[in-house]
Design a protein around this ligand. Structure first.
Ligand code: G1P
Length: 278
């Protein structure tokens, strides 16, 4: 864990997860497990490793399992105390005992920008991280968010978005940036477009679900008109700040799985099985 200025991490977790129906009919998609751990717990562990002590979770209807997961379960813990199973609870117990979880609900699904704005009440007036739990990341050295919080120390007045090269035919699944390389793996963002068709994409550098945002972003989101899909997009809000030279794109080190898709989810499961079980 590092000593970072970024203490709060926001997790947008209000989406319906329709790509995983029927599994997500009664279970939040963030609670689907890769091996034995829910996706959201991987994200929370990444935030903790990066020095965050408060998890701000934007939930919605039908997401109560998330709150129950990050809480004590006296009956269950009582059952397994002193048995060989107790060790399986060590990780989550440490998280529940050591960190703060706060929640607010997004009442209408109006996009990622709107979800982040909904979390303002939990964040206040300080820089913060955002993790989209369905982008599951792994790295043998620093986690992706740790790499970003370290970079933020050097650029404390900038927003940072994680970027990765993707095949051009997939640009319409991501926010895509254009930028000037200012140091190794680091771009000053000059343009960004939400889910452009390949012929309209400014590059093949896609935004993945890790952001460090300065609190100014909240006022900008309030002024941002609905964009792609009629939703308020964080990509559009960030473009306003990028035009003022305030957004960096960081090509991180590590592997990322798109656990918002069945293919990516299966890949992640095989990867962690080979890494941790075999
Ligand atoms: C969101 C963002 C997009 C970003 C992506 C990363 O899209 O809107 O800019 O590239 O996350 O996973 P979503 O995947 O929620 O449609």
């Amino acid at each position: 864990m590092i000593n970072s200025k970024i203490k709060k991490c926001l997790f947008p977790a209000a989406g319906y997860g329709t790509r995983f129906l029927p599994a997500t009919k009664a279970i939040p998609k963030e609670m689907l497990p890769v091996l034995t751990k829910p996706l959201l717990q991987y994200g929370v562990e990444e935030a903790i490793a990066a020095g965050c002590d408060t998890m701000a979770i934007v939930t919605g209807r039908g997401k109560r399992a998330i709150e129950d997961h990050f809480d004590r379960s006296y009956e269950l813990e009582n059952q397994i105390d002193g048995t060989s199973k107790e060790v399986l609870m060590d990780g989550i117990r440490g998280i529940v005992n050591g960190y703060t979880f706060s929640y607010t609900r997004q009442v209408e699904m109006k996009g990622l920008g709107h979800a982040i704005l909904t979390g303002q009440t939990l964040i206040g007036n300080e820089p913060f991280a955002v993790i989209l739990a369905d982008d599951l990341c792994d790295n043998s050295n620093d986690t992706v968010l740790t790499q970003m919080t370290k970079l933020y120390e050097k650029y404390p007045d900038k927003c940072i978005v994680a970027i990765e090269e993707i095949p051009k035919e997939f640009t319409n699944k991501y926010g895509v940036i254009a930028g000037e390389l200012i140091e190794d793996n680091l771009y000053k963002v000059t343009d960004m477009v939400e889910k452009p068709e390949p012929q309209d994409a400014p590059s093949n550098l896609a935004i993945i679900g890790r952001y460090i945002l300065i609190p100014e972003i909240f006022d900008v989101i309030k002024e941002t008109k609905p964009g792609k899909g009629g939703e308020i997009q964080i990509t559009d809000a960030l473009l306003t700040l990028a035009k003022q030279g305030k957004v960096l794109g960081f090509q991180f080190e590590g592997t990322r799985f798109d656990c918002g898709s069945v293919d990516g989810f299966v890949e992640a499961t095989n990867y962690f099985y080979n890494k941790e079980v075999k």
